[in-house]
Every structure is written in C-alpha cells, then in structure tokens.
Design a protein around this ligand. Structure first.
Ligand SMILES: Cc1ncc(COP(=O)(O)O)c(C=O)c1O
Length: 453
C-alpha cells in the first residue's frame, strides 16, 4: 500500500468505518457526506473544543445497510422468518440519533421508564406511527408499567420483556404480546462477559414454567462488542434449542431476539469481521439450528446499537501543552482541554481504546510518542493506549493541535459527568452540508446550578 497520510491514518477504508474520512491539501482531517465536506479543524476552531460532531447520515446508512443485508441473506439462505431491527436507546438517547434510526425503519428498545417517556413524546408529536414496535427491557417499576399500559391503549406496539418471576406475575394481565428474557448458560469471549449474569430467567427455570399468555418473543443479550463470529453464532444455536422446547407449550412463540453484540473496529489495526460476514453467519446459524431442532424458523430481532451508531460521532480536543515528566517512566504527556473521565468515560471505566487522528498538521509534522492527560485533577484521567503511547504530531507555536477521537457515538454521552466541574463538549450536528448546534458550551452558572448553586 502506498505510504500516504490517508493510508497511515487508515482513512477511506470501508471495513474500518473510515470510508468518509480524507485529508485536505493543507493537512486537515475531512469528513465527506456525498459532495458535502466538513473540515474538522475548521469546525473545532469555529465552535471551540472540546467538541462532539454527530453525522446522522452515517447512522442512517448503517441502519439501512444492516436491514438490507439481513433481508438479502434471509433470501439467500431461503430462510422463512422475517428480520426486525430494534435500536436500543440506551446506546445514545440524543434525539438526532433516535430519529436517524427510526427514519430508516428501525424499531426501538427501551431500558427504563424515562426512555419510554421519550418514545411517548415522539408518538404524541406524530413523529412515529402505529407500526413502530417498542421492546421494553429493564426493571419494570410501577411508572414503567403504567407507561407501557398507557402506550398500548393508545395503539403503539409495546412489548414488555419479562426478566424475572415478579415481572411474570405483574404482566399476567397485560393484554398485548410479551417476550421473555432467558439467561443462557453460553459464555462468549468479550470484555463484558461476566461470570455471574444477573439478567433474565435461567434456562432450566424457564423451561419448567407453564404456558405464558401471549408469549411472542424469546429474548437474550449475551454481551456487547463481541469480537468473534462464533461469539455471535454459538448463542443462536442454544436459543433455538430453547425456543423449540418453549414452543411445545407456547405455539404462538415465533420470534427470537438476539440482543446487542455487533462489534465496532475501534482499534483500526486489529482484524474484525465485517457487517456482511456477521449477518451472513447469523442467518446461517439460525437456518442450521432450526434444521437440527426441526422447528419453524423464527423471526429474528437484533438490537445492535453500538454497531449502528458509534461511527457516527467524533470527539475533538485541543492539546494544551507538551510536558515531559522525568520520573521512573519518563513519558511525554499532551494535556487535552477536556476529560477522559467526563467526556469519554469508558476510557476510564473499561480501558476502552480509541483511534486518534489529528485534525490538523497531518503529513507535514514529525510524530512523537505521547501519553494523553485529561484536564481534571485525577491521576486516572489519562489515555496511554494500554501503556504503549500514541504517535501524534509535534506541537507547533501558533497552530494548536486538535485531536479527533473516532467512533465515540455509543454510550459516552449518557455516562458523561462533571468531575472538577469541567464543561461538557459542545455538540454539533452535521447534515446536508449544514451545521446545527445541539448543545451549547455550559456556562459556570449552568454547571453551578446542577450542584445547587
Ligand atoms: C438488552 C440489551 N440490548 C441491546 C444492548 C446493546 O448492545 P450493544 O452495545 O451491542 O449495542 C444492550 C447493552 O447493554 C442490552 O443490555
């Protein structure tokens, strides 16, 4: 491969979700949307940093592609069930994320009463029609159950997913379709593979239950960011075996929900399956398992949220200084004008890795290995790429360096916090060649107010 800045920074590569990125003649990072072009350095200078830039067209095309791929492989494998995509709102509840998904035919999944409250708003505003189906995961508090009832009466397809025996009891009188979440004994390799899962009803207990009124969906969620195809397919074979047994008492059961798990190539130098490979494997696994257990091919639901939305947002920070600390490790630090703990919390919580590309100075500045420090007072507020450091351009007087963190659209916003009372990033939406401000920079007064001042 030719040694160009575009190749070095792994831009313009579909399998890495960087196909819309390129580099300008002046060494700035660009994002292309059809014939529109956004210069990330210019945006950061204009709107200030830290800055989040959201690209709804990326969400739209990822949701559209996922649905089209599933339908294509269903046809290819002569599979009899249908496919439904449900966007899990917990991944990013910002309105522009949810609307981008819904506009491409996504249904929704909620995990709390407050998320369902937002769905009710969309319904009341006429933004979603009666064809939308909402799966309700998460503990069913009184408030949640009353919203479920309310929306069902209003005509929306709301399907509560029963997660334990209390909920089974509470939902006995529910008039509509229900689903049930199984805690399967399959373990898959991923960062979130917890030894002791606490969600759902265990397989043996589930199979002992009498007939469940209106049971339509068998649901599971094994993990997030499942990095191997076998991690996606092994649970399918298990779920189909349970589905086959459950259908003996519940013949109306016709759907399996495989939950989340589709992975994102956060680390651009580690091999990962493509969406096409994953979808092909999923449909094939369903086909094979149904043949094995001699059972009617179920409809398939998937709730891959991270897969759909992470690549649709970047977070940009300015480098404030370059400091060499001469202690045992003698490392070079760049301090950024935001915080990993606050603005990219998974860096701190689960040692999430990110691809970092400069917004300016690409190609013409020498690179050096650095560790990155956040602007809070916390010694854990750092990014060291697992200890190896990141290669980034040297700083130049009069032309501050801006850093673009890729694929930040999943989970980071709702986890964000205000350690040291730093302001959250400004959030802008880039679509159709135009910029809209979704969240202004918080003033000291506004932040003080959150803390009772
Ligand atoms: C029930 C359920 N569905 C879907 C998801 C989304 O998973 P992912 O991160 O793979 O998008 C989650 C994430 O925790 C979940 O708990």
């Amino acid at each position: 491969m030719k040694k160009t800045p575009k190749n070095y920074w792994k831009l313009g590569r579909e399998e890495l979700n960087t196909q819309q990125f390129s580099v300008s003649k002046s060494g700035h990072l660009l994002v292309n949307e059809g014939h529109y072009q956004y210069d990330l350095h210019e945006l950061a200078r204009k709107y200030g940093s830290p800055l989040e830039v959201v690209f709804p067209p990326i969400i739209e095309s990822r949701v559209r592609d996922l649905i089209e791929l599933m339908n294509a492989f269903i046809k290819f494998h002569d599979y009899r069930g249908k496919f439904f995509y449900h966007y899990p709102m917990k991944v990013n509840q910002n309105r522009e994320f949810v609307m981008a998904c819904v506009s491409e035919g996504a249904h929704l999944e909620t995990s709390s009463a407050n998320e369902l409250f937002l769905v009710r708003r969309l319904w009341e505003q006429g933004k979603v029609g009666p064809k939308l189906r909402v799966l309700c995961n998460g503990p069913k508090t009184e408030k949640y159950l009353s919203l479920i009832d309310d929306l069902k009466k209003k005509g929306l397809g709301v399907v509560p997913l029963i997660e334990d025996f209390d909920e089974l009891e509470q939902l006995k009188r529910y008039r509509g379709e229900v689903g049930i979440r199984v805690d399967m004994s399959v373990k898959v390799k991923s960062r979130w593979d917890k030894k002791y899962n606490r969600f759902g009803i265990q397989e043996e207990e589930l199979l002992k239950l009498p007939k469940i009124k209106n049971l339509g969906i068998l649901s599971y969620h094994i993990s997030s960011q499942i990095e191997s195809i076998s991690g996606l397919t092994a649970p399918i074979e298990r779920a189909v075996s349970i589905y086959a047994k459950l259908r003996e008492k519940n013949p109306q059961l016709d759907t399996i929900n495989i939950g989340g798990g589709g992975a994102v190539p956060y680390e651009k130098n580690r091999p990962l399956y493509t969406g096409r490979q994953a979808v092909n494997a999923v449909v094939k696994a369903f086909k094979k398992a149904c043949e094995k257990y001699q059972v009617k091919e179920p409809n398939i639901i998937c709730e891959w949220g991270r897969y759909a939305v992470a690549p649709a947002q970047v977070t940009i920070f300015r480098v404030l200084n370059d400091k060499t600390v001469k202690n045992r490790l003698e490392k070079r630090w760049y301090t950024i004008d935001g915080s990993f703990i606050n603005d990219l919390s998974d860096t701190w919580a689960i040692h999430q890795k990110w691809e970092i590309v400069p917004a300016n100075g690409i190609g013409d500045r020498r690179l050096q290995e650095v560790w990155l420090a956040g602007s809070s007072c916390d010694s854990d507020d750092k990014y060291t790429e697992g200890g190896d450091g990141v290669y980034l351009p040297k700083l130049e007087e009069g032309d501050p360096l801006y850093l673009v963190f890729m694929d930040t659209g999943a989970y980071q916003d709702s986890l964000a916090s205000h350690h040291c009372l730093l302001s959250s990033p400004v959030k802008i939406i880039a679509q159709n060649g135009e910029i809209k401000i979704a969240r202004k920079r918080e003033t000291p007064e506004e932040i003080g107010k959150i803390f009772g001042w």
